[in-house]
Write a protein that binds this ligand. Structure first.
Ligand code: MUC
Ligand code: MG
Length: 372
């Protein structure tokens, strides 16, 4: 197959959200995505995406740093290299550039798309092969208003698109947050799964109080209640309550997951391509999680269709996603830069079947939303 990488281009794309999306650390009205295009000497092109939440509010990479660090440090490592071994290219990047996992994930996505197009196979095949064709996908309620969230959830249940919900909390006093969640859970009823994501906002004492109340309200899962690297606190909380905990910001890769497992954490793990540096490393993280008895969840950093597509390909190769996924990012945006949107139905999303990622850029939309 030998082909050589000849060209790498990056751009930031800004698309407004359908409503404000409120997390403990920021409120989003627009999503900014770094789109990567890689070309080879045989006329093929692969696309990738590197996306975070709220500039630098969520993590140490911003859209601007992702673009700058790809252009300045990572792209020159790939230009002129053979496409034959993506793992060699990953190794080349990791030996020279520390961190910058979202930037690396964007490039790895474009490399996988390019190689899939060359070989005429979907990215899921490059990752070992899809076991599932439809990935469960919940919806995240984060308008910040209880009545609006209830109305939004009821409309989605009625449409048949989603029947499980995650609520973003942590920006208000714990009592206010718990009352908000309990009202939504009571309005939606027994059969509807309601989970919460605290995004690190509580200390251990507050989490102890909050989790007891959430457990009593019938909430199914509490995501990252305490600060990211306080692994001991997370492990203690997981042992104290029957309501399970999902570790998110606290675990980026297989090494972190091993550390958490050693401390006796018994909850689940949110896998994210962006945290791990790409789908290949996210699947390594999945292996360590499963080997430690932790259930898996397909997480997002609210990527658009390209980043969401590659994650769906990766999750489709896992035997079991115990907590389903939240690959709803494209649905939070007012518009899309791909021609054929991903197919969401029946509380899930369909794994694309055509070669590469199975998505095609809409050049006009890209021009419209590209940051000038
Ligand atoms: C996170 O922390 O889970 C995922 C869904 C959402 O609304 O925000 C993200 C980040
Ligand atoms: Mg989270």
């Amino acid at each position: 197959m030998t082909s050589k990488i000849t060209y790498i281009e990056t751009m930031i794309v800004d698309i407004p959200t359908i409503r404000p999306h409120k997390l403990s650390m920021t409120s989003m009205a627009v999503q900014s995505m770094v789109i990567v295009r890689i070309k080879d000497d045989q006329g093929f092109e692969g696309v990738g995406e590197g996306t975070t939440i709220g500039g630098l509010a969520y993590g140490p990479e911003s859209p601007e740093s992702i673009k700058m660090n790809i252009d300045t440090y990572l792209a020159p490592l790939l230009i002129g290299q053979s496409l034959d071994s993506i793992k060699s290219l990953i190794q080349r990047m990791s030996l020279t550039v520390r961190g910058n996992m979202i930037a690396k994930s964007a490039l790895q996505t474009a490399l996988l798309d390019l190689q899939g197009k060359h070989l005429g196979v979907p990215v899921s095949t490059l990752l070992g092969g899809a076991i599932h064709q439809h990935i469960p996908c919940l919806w995240v309620l984060a308008s910040g208003n209880t009545d609006k969230d209830i109305a939004e959830a009821k409309a989605l249940i009625a449409s048949g698109r989603h029947c499980e919900f995650k609520l973003k909390i942590g920006s208000r006093h714990v009592n206010e947050d718990v009352a908000h969640v309990a009202s939504i859970k009571a309005a939606l009823g027994e059969g509807v799964s309601v989970r919460v994501d605290v995004n690190q906002a509580w200390d251990e004492a507050t989490a102890t109080k909050g989790m007891a109340a959430l457990q009593a309200a019938g909430v199914d899962l509490v995501e990252q209640p305490t600060p990211a690297k306080e692994w001991d606190a997370l492990a203690r909380l997981s042992q104290k309550f029957t309501i399970p905990i999902l570790a998110d910001e606290g675990v980026s890769d297989a090494v972190d997951i091993f550390q958490l497992a050693q401390r006796g954490f018994n909850g689940g793990i949110a896998l994210k391509i962006a945290k791990s540096g790409g789908p290949i490393e996210a699947l390594y993280a999945a292996t360590v999680s499963s080997s430690s008895g932790m259930g898996l969840y397909g997480g997002t950093l609210l990527e658009g269709s390209i980043g969401t597509a590659v994650a769906i390909h990766a999750w489709s190769t896992l035997p079991k996603l115990h907590w389903g996924s939240e690959m709803f990012g494209p649905l939070l945006l007012q518009d899309d830069i791909i021609k054929q949107p991903l197919n969401y139905h029946s509380n899930g999303v369909v794994v694309p079947q055509s070669s590469g990622l199975g998505v095609e850029i809409d050049e006009e939309k890209l021009r419209l939303y590209r940051r000038k």
